[in-house]
Design a protein around this ligand. Structure first.
Ligand SMILES: Nc1ncnc2c1ncn2[C@@H]1O[C@H](COP(=O)(O)OP(=O)(O)O)[C@@H](O)[C@H]1O
Ligand SMILES: [Mg+2]
Length: 250
């Protein structure tokens, strides 16, 4: 096991599930064994990996109703612990459990040696589910769009990460803020760049140099439920992804 990486941002639509999929696939192409974990009720990551309407998955691990080996599915893009409809109940059901923050970490222990990387996709919240992901992870990636609305919630995320460091996972590291869905025709204003830098400082991290552009190839690959790196190996956005992996320096 090399690393457990969580993709997080409590805002929806910023590219979390997309980055989780791309990251996992890029690492798989480097010869790594990948396990994806979908913690989002929406199940977007599960869907693009070819799985929908799974009956058991991440919920059952968090509730200790199943062992990880029992819920792992094999897909063409890697192994997956899928999202299920029962995730809708999770936060309420975990509310009174002592040690609830550690459920995912505990659940993954028996299978850590079977994978090089575990990639966790999270819902657009800062709920117990997300706390579980952050508690279990070594590294965090924060995708965001290059607009002020996408940045506004990140102060709250910084507070959550501080709490995680203090209580459940002192060694967690934020790899950086990744600008996604980037329109290469727009110029980042000086003001926005400054706010980005400031936010990164608050999170003790950096803004990645590379940005992932907005590209139709991403949507096409997802609609076909396939891997962008195989579907469009020469596309500009695929180059962005490969450069991102290099900059990530895992
Ligand atoms: N680089 C990109 N280019 C084009 N579309 C993108 C890109 N990144 C994400 N999308 C699309 O934007 C929408 C939101 O992305 P998603 O990864 O689901 O965000 P989140 O998981 O944060 O809600 C999806 O329809 C996805 O296909
Ligand atoms: Mg998502």
């Amino acid at each position: 096991m090399k690393k457990i990486i969580t993709v997080v941002n409590q805002k929806g639509g910023v590219g979390k599930s997309t980055i989780a999929q791309l990251l996992g696939n890029a690492l798989r192409h480097q010869g790594n064994k990948i396990l994806f974990i979908d913690l989002d009720l929406q199940g977007n990551l599960s869907y693009v990996l070819g799985i929908d309407k799974a009956l058991i998955g991440s919920y059952d691990i968090l509730m200790k109703e199943a062992r990880a080996e029992e819920v792992i599915l094999e897909t063409e893009q890697g192994h997956l612990i899928p999202s299920t409809a029962s995730l809708v109940r999770l936060d309420t059901e975990m509310q009174d459990i002592v040690g609830r923050e550690y459920r995912l970490k505990e659940g993954l222990k028996p299978i850590l040696n079977s994978y090089d990387y575990i990639i966790i996709d999270t819902p657009p919240t800062l709920s117990t589910t997300v706390i579980n992901a952050l508690t279990a992870s070594n590294l965090v990636i924060i995708p965001t769009q290059a607009d002020i609305y996408s940045l506004q919630g990140l102060g709250q995320l910084a507070n959550t990460l501080d709490t995680i460091k203090l209580y459940t996972n002192p060694d967690i590291e934020v790899a950086g803020i990744l600008i996604t869905r980037y329109d290469s025709r727009t110029i980042l204003t000086r003001e926005l760049t400054e706010i980005f830098e400031h936010t990164a400082k608050e999170l003790n991290t950096k803004v990645f140099e590379i940005k992932i552009r907005e590209a139709i190839a991403i949507k096409e690959a997802q609609a076909l439920r396939t891997d962008l790196l195989e579907y469009q190996p020469k596309a500009k956005v695929t180059e962005d992804v490969i450069k991102f992996i290099e900059e990530l320096e895992l």
